[in-house]
Design a binder for this molecule. Structure first.
Ligand SMILES: Nc1nc2c(ncn2[C@@H]2O[C@H](COP(=O)(O)OP(=O)(O)O)[C@@H](O)[C@H]2O)c(=O)[nH]1
Ligand SMILES: [Mg+2]
Length: 278
């Protein structure tokens, strides 16, 4: 039985359905769950699961629909990926690079996670596998200077797209935020408008943890959007509308696996269908 139907069945206590726990279980977060619960009640849909589902689908589709991003004319179009350890940043950097390469664009990767040598090696391995150049530095080097060097080389080579990978761990959280802030500021100083995208890479399996991370990174660094990974498992991305409602941030891609081709451009209709029917 699709997830949504099984939830509705489980929460159907007598005739009237209490929508809030159901919406919370679907990772929509407290604020949105509370709001939609009230609106469903006001619309008289407490006892009408089929109509309520239609209402929710329309509501969610309208909320998560995003205008296509404006084309970036400046070269390289620069993406800065940030997020907690293990969220999928390095894999996603490779996936974005592979996708751009497929579209016939030239790409460079920047390995600004200098906290662990293994992180740079992981990105270099992807670069070698995909035939994409990677700007690296020894572990312990200043991540901001690696990022800037990657930008300068990419400008020189007129590369179409630069994707910069960063660390998710530091001695402590504050240090990590300071480091990321410095990377962003250093890039901005080199070239106005860069980075064009500062995307949070967040693990969809952490549910509304994604919302908490988005709040924290958005406040400290300033995000322009999200990529939600690991939606090939049991998670179906309820936090995507939650983040959109609370922070106004769109989700641009969904990760559904570990391979380069497992990165899907976000599509509102697909997302909502998948959310209710899988
Ligand atoms: N199933 C699944 N695994 C993923 C996805 N994205 C990343 N991973 C895996 O998650 C783990 C951590 O990814 P990594 O890119 O190293 O995370 P980072 O620490 O943020 O750089 C790796 O084993 C990846 O293969 C995804 O969309 N689906
Ligand atoms: Mg990494």
């Amino acid at each position: 039985m699709p997830f949504w139907n099984s939830l509705v069945d489980r929460f159907r206590g007598g005739d009237e359905i209490d929508w809030e726990p159901l919406l919370i279980e679907a990772d929509l977060g407290l604020t949105l769950a509370d709001q939609w619960q009230r609106e469903l009640r006001d619309a008289g849909l407490s006892r009408q699961p089929e109509k309520a589902e239609k209402w929710l689908r329309d509501k969610m589709t309208a909320l998560v629909r995003i205008p296509p991003p404006l084309p970036v004319r400046q070269k390289p179009e620069t993406v800065l990926l940030i997020g907690v350890n293990g969220s999928g940043k390095t894999t996603t950097a490779a996936k974005l690079a592979a996708r751009a390469q497929q579209e016939g664009r030239t790409v460079r990767l920047g390995a600004a996670d200098t906290f662990r040598a293994a992180a740079t090696e992981q990105l270099e391995a992807w670069g070698a596998r995909l035939g994409i150049p990677v700007t690296t530095a020894p572990s312990g080097a200043d991540p901001a200077s690696v990022a800037v060097r990657a930008l300068l080389v990419a400008q020189e080579e007129k590369t179409d797209l630069l994707v910069i990978d960063t660390a998710g761990r530091q001695a402590n959280k504050r240090n990590l935020l300071l480091e990321l802030e410095k990377i962003k500021r250093s890039l901005q100083k080199k070239s106005e408008g860069v980075p064009h995208h500062t995307w949070l890479v967040a693990d969809g399996m952490t549910g509304t943890g994604v919302l908490a991370q988005a709040r924290e990174f958005h406040t400290a660094i300033g995000l322009t959007g999200l990529i939600v990974t690991k939606l090939d498992g049991s998670a179906r991305g309820g936090m995507v509308p939650a983040v959109r409602a609370e922070l106004g941030l769109p989700t641009y891609y969904l990760g559904r696996g570990e391979k380069p081709e497992d990165l899907h451009r976000f599509d509102a209709r697909d997302f909502v269908t998948n959310f209710f029917e899988r």
